[in-house]
Design a protein around this ligand. Structure first.
Ligand SMILES: Nc1ncnc2c1ncn2[C@@H]1O[C@H](COP(=O)(O)OP(=O)(O)OP(=O)(O)O)[C@@H](O)[C@H]1O
Ligand SMILES: O=c1ccn([C@@H]2O[C@H](COP(=O)(O)O)[C@@H](O)[C@H]2O)c(=O)[nH]1
Length: 235
């Protein structure tokens, strides 16, 4: 395998399978668990950060709720998704630990970096809940932060598009996919596939990012073994 320790950022929004009447589609969770198991069985250490977009996003919520309060609600949403993925991974005989950036000891360990690394070394999949634990951030930034903290070899953004495009491919049919792009170009061109904070944190610490389609069967394993899938973002 090309990468020995990875941080997989999963989109929360992907969990509803495009159907907003569902919060979590169990078929999608099972599909993700099967993909993750292939990589666990290959001996790769995996940490996961999951978004909360299927439940709540503080920044875009237009409900008269204060931004900071909304952001904390969004962080709680990521813990709900983390609990869901934990359960389904365990149903597939994968050992897991959920670590939360906001203390909630009945359901998750508090985030302690050294413990997270120890769990990874023991072959457990570590799920980081509640993003960075701070409002005004996103789970992309949380993923970038945790990836750097655990000294992951790569940050993998498993999403519903197959890479980084010149514009949002869901809005612009003429958008063209990059096989590779530099952090500077991704930031300067204002590409919205990840937020600037996440790109900057990875750029400053020379941590490559690969954006790929998590729905493609075998894609995660291909990415981890070094096959050219998705878009590589690096210096
Ligand atoms: N230049 C671009 N290239 C590729 N995707 C783009 C681009 N600009 C915007 N996007 C959008 O970015 C989205 C990828 O982000 P994703 O849905 O995983 O977001 P997220 O904010 O991490 O999700 P969540 O908050 O649900 O976890 C795609 O759905 C795609 O439509
Ligand atoms: O560090 C963080 C992470 C997340 N939030 C809030 O949670 C939601 C959901 O996360 P997504 O990355 O959008 O999936 C986000 O919109 C923020 O409101 C946060 O405040 N801090």
């Amino acid at each position: 395998m090309k990468y020995k320790r990875i941080l997989l950022k999963l989109s929360g929004e992907a969990l509803n399978g495009g159907d907003k009447s569902h919060v979590i589609d169990s078929d999608i969770l099972v599909k993700f668990a099967k993909e993750i198991k292939k990589v666990v069985d290959a001996g790769v250490e995996i940490a996961i950060v999951i978004g909360g977009g299927n439940i709540y996003r503080g920044a875009t919520a237009d409900s008269g709720i204060d931004r900071t309060q909304g952001d904390y609600m969004g962080m709680l949403a990521t813990v709900i998704n983390g609990m869901a993925i934990q359960s389904v991974l365990e149903n597939h005989d994968i050992q897991t630990r959920l670590l939360s950036a906001i203390k909630m000891e009945q359901i998750a360990e508090p985030f302690i970096r050294r413990r997270a690394i120890r769990h990874l070394e023991k072959g457990r999949v570590v799920i980081f809940g509640a993003g960075t634990g701070n409002p005004f951030f996103s789970t992309d930034s949380g993923g970038a932060l945790r990836a750097n903290e655990i000294e992951a070899d790569v940050l993998l953004k498993g999403t519903n598009v197959d890479g980084v495009y010149t514009a949002d491919p869901r809005k612009d049919p003429n958008a063209v996919k990059y096989d590779e792009i530099s952090f500077t170009d991704a930031i300067n061109k204002g590409l919205k596939v990840m937020d600037k904070t996440a790109f900057t944190l990875c750029q400053e610490n020379s941590l490559p990012i690969i954006v790929f389609d998590m729905n493609g069967e075998g894609n995660l394993l291909k990415v981890v073994s070094g096959e050219k899938v998705g878009t590589l973002v690096k210096d």
